[in-house]
Design a protein around this ligand. Structure first.
Ligand code: MN3
Length: 251
């Protein structure tokens, strides 16, 4: 359950089928060390040069019995807080980047100065991924018509979409994430190692900028207290906590 690793792998594109295409971010990538993407209204922004950990958008016990209270408290209060702290520590070394949004830093990750690049990748990625993850979770919502239509067109049926996502999540070796994204007019599933995510280096190809609509954290810290080594149990129960209202809004 060690939380901080430095090795990483590139994304593995798992499947790609039809769907809607929208681009969440405007990018102006240039081949220098100055990320130039303009901050967007929905971006995660630092306050006085520091990123902050927002409270969970619900009580820590809100996802019971599917995700237990203690896991939520540690995952948010310890793991996520540590990502924020270490991201801020790194950016102190590069004051010119302290007014950039988190999205701006991540889409241009390979252009960041080498002395902070890996730290921003791991801990900035961790901050973005978990901020997104908390908003994606809620008990008791129902799958909406936009997702139903898109997933059915893309994967043949909702059941097949879910099965593919579970299989993908189970196949991740070690720590990482599985994602549902809309890109190039298609609904796709991708995975990332460690705290990488689909935004990273997407600024290199503005037209391929993905819209992330769902992610599942398959680091052991996300499920080990409740499910121990049984990742499959965590993944199959994950559908009970997906915030379908949020997904419908994102689409
Ligand atoms: Mn996590």
């Amino acid at each position: 359950m060690k939380d901080f690793k430095t090795s990483r792998k590139n994304f593995i594109k798992a499947s790609a089928l039809v769907g809607l295409g929208t681009f969440a971010f405007g990018i102006e990538a240039k081949g220098n060390n100055k990320p130039t993407r303009e901050n967007q209204a929905s971006d995660i922004l630092p306050i006085n040069g520091k990123f902050e950990l927002a409270p969970l958008p619900y009580p820590a016990n809100a996802l019971e019995p599917f995700i237990d209270t203690q896991t939520m408290e540690i995952h948010h209060g310890k793991h996520h807080q540590a990502y924020v702290n270490k991201l801020n520590d790194a950016l102190v070394l590069m004051p010119s980047l302290q007014n950039k949004s988190l999205e701006n830093l991540l889409v241009n990750i390979s252009d960041l100065p080498e002395n902070i690049r890996n730290t921003v990748r791991n801990h900035g990625g961790g901050h973005w991924n978990h901020t997104f993850f908390w908003k994606s979770l809620k008990v008791g919502t129902k799958m909406g018509p936009k997702f139903t239509d898109l997933a059915s067109k893309s994967f043949g049926s909702i059941e097949q979409c879910k099965a593919n996502f579970e299989k993908l999540s189970l196949g991740i070796f070690g720590s990482g994430w599985a994602w549902l994204i809309v890109q190039d007019g298609q609904l796709k599933m991708v995975t990332s190692a460690n705290q990488d995510n689909p935004l990273m280096d997407a600024g290199k190809e503005p037209k391929r900028m993905p819209k992330v609509i769902l992610g599942i954290d398959v680091w052991e810290h996300a499920y080990y207290l409740k499910h121990k080594n049984k990742r499959a149990d965590y993944v199959s129960s994950f559908w009970n906590v997906v915030n379908w209202d949020e997904i419908e809004t994102l689409l």
